[in-house]
Design a protein around this ligand. Structure first.
Ligand code: SAM
Ligand code: DTB
Ligand code: SF4
Length: 349
């Protein structure tokens, strides 16, 4: 089956249920995208692109379900990396208060609150360059074990790691590892100079080898061109296994960072990027991630139509504000969307 640029399905005259057979879905699940093909998708007439993405979304997912994720910064600030967008880098004078690694009990309190509010995925972020084999890591393993035991899908984002460390996280019950490539390979050096995109890809490989699912996406608003956005999606969509989660962040501008004065991201471009992520990585959960406070409800609705099926909910992302939990729940209800059940490790192990 091919999906035409008009968004309909071409080929045989199949009924909806027949069209969903394995073979046909496999045709849409490709890893051999060329950059030109992805650029072509990105350049499609806007409504045709949204329609095509919505069609793919409906073939691979229940369009009424949205994954609700909650974020917690478990170690804040003081990071030696120089990511130009980040409030937590020591290279950026953002006035952020450094906070050492939380205690396990503090994490349990936050996870309990998130679960009660309706989150099914809990993501813990540490402002580390890399994971070290020390007592702090042991404490993170304890956090993972405890939160997994609460029936939440657990994700961590701790910087670079090796396969042995990924294995320990997996054994503790970690479901996903988040590590974004952020932008295209050719633009990466303008965003961060203390590591390379290959370092990022190596960590993703380590997470994958340990059997963790991968959460990997990027940020719009870093001064990148449309071609960089296409390059970022091309890198992700040609991985041997697509990331199970693809967060698309819109830059939250932070005073004291080199990107604080960047122009706003066009809503249209943001939705285009989500739509192309949906088409090129059909099975992935595509997350409408940071930056929702600058999107009105209509724009967010369009993002859901274009294939986004996951959000970060809760008043805070890592260090910056996010919409109120209850407002989000009302909004989802208004759209006829409901929270997706967690995919915990309990039934996997
Ligand atoms: N230190 C770890 C790392 O870099 O992988 C984990 C934390 S880091 C804050 C996780 C991701 O959040 C980054 O890769 C980036 O994509 C996103 N992010 C950070 N600051 C952001 C901002 N100001 N606006 C939008 N996204 C941001
Ligand atoms: C992701 O792609 N976005 C999240 C999560 N993964 C870790 C982080 C967003 C951070 C936004 C800026 C802040 O709150 O510091
Ligand atoms: Fe450190 Fe992650 Fe922020 Fe980069 S994005 S400065 S690695 S916390």
């Amino acid at each position: 089956m091919t999906i035409t640029s008009q968004g309909g399905t071409a080929g045989n005259n199949r009924s909806g249920s027949q069209a969903q057979n394995e073979e046909e879905l496999k045709e849409l699940l490709r890893h051999d995208w060329t950059r030109e093909e992805i650029q072509k998708l990105y350049d499609m007439p806007f409504l045709d692109l949204v329609f095509q993405a919505a069609s793919v979304h409906r073939l691979f997912h229940n369009p009424s379900e949205v994954q609700i994720c909650s974020l917690l910064s478990i170690k804040t600030g003081g990071c030696p990396e120089d990511c130009g967008y980040c409030s937590q880098s020591v290279h950026n004078e953002t006035g952020l208060q450094v906070q050492p690694l939380l205690e396990v009990e503090e994490v349990v309190t936050a996870a309990t609150r998130a679960k009660e509010a309706g989150a099914t995925r809990f993501c813990m972020g540490a402002a580390w360059r890399e994971v070290r084999d020390n007592r702090a890591f042991d404490r993170v393993l304890e956090m993972v074990k405890t939160v997994n035991g609460m029936g939440l899908e657990v994700c961590c984002t701790l910087g670079m790691l090796n396969e042995a460390q990924a294995q320990k996280l997996k054994e503790a019950g970690l479901h996903a590892y988040n590590h974004n490539i952020d932008t295209s390979p050719e633009n990466y050096g303008k965003v961060c100079s203390t590591r390379t995109i290959d370092d990022r890809l190596n960590t993703l490989e380590a997470a994958r080898s340990a059997g963790l699912t991968v959460c990997c996406g990027g940020i719009l608003g870093l001064g990148e061109s449309d071609s960089d956005r296409v390059g970022m999606l091309h890198t992700l969509a040609t991985l041997d296994t697509h990331p199970e989660s693809v967060p698309i962040n819109s830059l939250v501008k932070i005073e004291g960072t080199p990107f604080a004065g960047n122009p706003d991201v066009s809503v249209w471009d943001f939705i285009r990027t989500i739509a192309v992520a949906r088409i090129t990585m059909p099975k992935a959960m595509v997350r409408l991630a940071a930056g929702r406070l600058s999107l009105n409800p209509e724009a967010q609705s369009l993002a859901f139509l274009a294939g986004a099926n996951s959000i970060f909910a809760g008043e805070k992302l890592l260090t910056t504000p996010n919409p109120e939990f209850n407002e989000d729940l009302e909004f989802l209800k208004h759209l006829g969307l409901r929270g997706k059940a967690p995919d915990t490790n309990e039934h996997v192990c």
